[in-house]
Design a protein around this ligand. Sequence first.
Ligand SMILES: N[C@@H](CCC(=O)N[C@@H](CS)C(=O)NCC(=O)O)C(=O)O
Length: 67
Amino acid sequence: MGVAMGVAGAALLSIGSMGLQNQIKLVAIDLLDRPNWYKEKVYPPNQVPALEHNGKVIGESLDLIRK
Ligand SMILES: N[C@@H](CCC(=O)N[C@@H](CS)C(=O)NCC(=O)O)C(=O)O
């Protein structure tokens, strides 16, 4: 059986493999019905994933996996 996922899913798996899942509040974003606050207040490119930490937002999944 194959599993298809986007970069957001890959970042989520990476967070789990680093054991950080309990330190992160996960907020699901429906890409077909994106809330305005996400683009306006979190990540203007309006893509997922994005990680907010110490007031900064990391929006590139490869950067996110490295931290
Ligand atoms: N450069 C971003 C790309 C993220 C990306 O393509 N995310 C997809 C979902 S996996 C997305 O938000 N698609 C909706 C869109 O591009 O409007 C990264 O690698 O993190």
